[in-house]
Design a protein around this ligand. Structure first.
Ligand SMILES: [Zn+2]
Length: 216
């Protein structure tokens, strides 16, 4: 991956984020690794359908601007904290999708209520509230996500990490789908959750499935 390719990916997935309803307006933001510790981050406050590759900012892991004239996303501290502490992270996607946001406002984590929750290790936790763009938010998200790949930000939205931006984006879409089902289930009753053994078996099946599809 080089800066040109990384910038193109930010543009492409930013548009996709808007098209798929994972955010509205200028909300949410995304980043991916370029070469070495260079990180491509979406610019602050720009409409996703107006962003071109030259608007994407390249930063170091410590937040120094290496290339680009725009101001990087206001959630840059959150993105960088994840890259620094989870070196395997290749991309970070932050969304404001509706059902996840409903759960974020309720402060509800998502338990293992559906088989696809195994793709998130069984649970999606909630990070305690801190205001947007703050280092406190970055630290609370990092503490809550642990070794997992997703975390709900209380009273705000959602964050996923992935080996690449396609993977992180797909996880954000799956989480929104699950959040909608979870919300609707809770509207009519108490979901019957899967137990640890059932989640473990699913984890293994998803691992095998990933390998047989060349993703392992
Ligand atoms: Zn946000």
């Amino acid at each position: 991956m080089d800066d040109r390719k990384a910038r193109e990916q930010i543009v492409r997935f930013g548009r996709k984020m808007l098209e798929t309803g994972l955010t509205r307006g200028t909300g949410g933001n995304l980043s991916c690794r370029s070469a070495g510790d260079r990180i491509a981050v979406s610019p602050s406050g720009m409409e996703y359908d107006r962003i071109t590759p030259t608007d994407v900012v390249i930063l170091s892991e410590t937040g120094k601007i290496l290339s680009g004239d725009r101001k990087p996303s206001s959630e840059t501290p959150l993105h960088l904290e994840l890259y620094r502490n989870r070196p395997e992270t290749g991309a970070v996607v932050h969304t404001h999708s509706i059902y996840i946001s409903v759960l974020a406002c309720l402060g509800w984590e998502i338990p293992p209520f559906h088989y696809l929750m195994a793709t998130f290790g069984g649970r999606i936790p909630v990070a305690s509230y801190a205001h947007f763009g703050s280092r406190e938010l970055a630290l609370s998200a990092l503490a809550a996500i642990g070794e997992g790949k997703a975390v709900i930000l209380a009273n705000h939205g959602f964050v996923t990490v992935g080996e690449n931006i396609g993977e992180a984006f797909a996880a954000a879409e799956t989480a929104e789908f699950l959040a909608e089902i979870y919300y609707k289930t809770r509207c009519v009753g108490e979901p019957r959750c899967l137990d640890d053994d059932q989640v473990d078996r699913l984890n293994k099946l998803f691992e095998d499935y990933g390998r047989s599809n060349g993703a392992g």
